[in-house]
Design a protein around this ligand. Structure first.
Ligand code: FES
Length: 106
């Protein structure tokens, strides 16, 4: 069971799921943070539909960065264009969840 905490407007929303049982919601990479958020009705914007073509799904990882898939060049290039990017930033549609983590929607 994986546990992900989303911090939305300062409020923590905790979700737990079995990766194999997660239903793909057709936006972003299967099993990505965006996919998890959509499964649990977390209001995570995704203007490009999860295609790594905008930065509206920008999130900041507060704990558990090593529990996300490695960042690929396409994500890094896109993230460079995001507003207020930090060393702990990721694009939720590209980062696949592999273990527990805490992230904040900026
Ligand atoms: Fe557009 Fe993630 S939804 S880059």
């Amino acid at each position: 069971m994986i546990r992900v905490t989303f911090i939305v407007d300062g409020e923590e929303k905790v979700v737990q799921f079995e990766p194999a049982a997660l239903e793909y919601r057709r936006h972003g990479r299967p099993g990505s943070l965006l996919d998890v958020a959509l499964n649990f009705d977390i209001p995570l914007e995704h203007a490009c539909g999860g295609n790594c073509a905008c930065t509206t799904c920008h999130i900041i990882v507060r704990q558990g960065m090593s529990n996300l898939s490695d960042m690929e060049d396409e994500e890094a290039d896109r993230l460079d264009t995001a507003w207020d990017v930090t060393p702990d930033s990721r694009l939720a549609c590209q980062a696949i969840v592999k273990g527990d983590l805490v992230c904040e929607l900026p």
